[in-house]
Design a protein around this ligand. Structure first.
Ligand code: GRF
Length: 203
């Protein structure tokens, strides 16, 4: 199976996928990494692992649709079975999501449906939540709204700073995300029009 990873930044989740592939736990090959920003550390991580990289800068396109079209073409050139959004900070158009329907996973740093959008760690601290964490979900047209497949949670320490919380949540992400992806890649998990299937059972 073939995986393409989309990034915009540091790529620590990408690194977790690279390690999972090396350990034989991903059951797939990462065949390409695409960033919408040049010069980000995630691209260096990919190059170091000998994974082909592409940069598609959204600033070079007149509209979201034009950017998404170029992005879709580049993804398709890698013929992936699964597209992983790993800190990819662009909202994708409906047309794009439809094109890759059922093949797109995202990780969002909150216990969805709580805190869609940005600044999730700050909001969890401000609300003095007991638990906080991260969610892997299939991507649908609704922002951070697709069906949740897996979550990892921690007890929130209200003395922690926003960045301390982020670091703890990211550690959970690095375990959770490749694991959930491996369920898809070993055909245990799928999103059909009727719903989510796991081990042949509808959830
Ligand atoms: C992750 O925390 C993810 O949940 C969020 O952006 C962050 C990406 O970090 N969407 P990295 O680029 O994988 O290090």
């Amino acid at each position: 199976k073939r995986v393409v990873v989309l990034i915009s930044g540091s790529g620590s989740n990408l690194q977790a996928f690279i390690e999972a592939e090396k350990a034989g736990n991903l059951h797939a090959k990462i065949v390409g990494v695409i960033s919408n920003k040049s010069g980000v550390f995630g691209l260096e991580r990919a190059a170091k692992a000998n994974i082909p990289t592409r940069v598609i800068e959204h600033g070079n396109f007149d509209s979201r649709e034009a950017f998404d079209e170029a992005l879709a073409k580049t993804i398709e050139s890698f013929s992936p079975n699964l597209v992983i959004l790993a800190g990819f900070m662009r909202i994708l158009s409906a047309g794009f999501v439809q094109k890759f329907n059922g093949k797109l996973l995202n990780i969002h740093p909150s216990l969805l449906p709580k805190y869609t959008g940005l600044h999730t760690h700050r909001r969890a601290l401000e609300n003095k939540d007991t638990f906080h964490g991260t969610s892997v979900h299939f991507v649908t047209e609704e922002l951070d709204g697709g069906p949740v497949i897996g979550q990892a949670r921690l007890k929130l320490d209200l003395n922690d700073s926003e960045s301390e919380v982020m670091a703890k949540v990211q550690q959970l992400e690095h375990k959770l995300y490749p694991e959930v992806a491996s369920w898809f890649l070993t055909e245990r998990l799928s999103m059909e029009s009727e719903g989510i299937y796991f081990d042949n059972e509808k959830l």
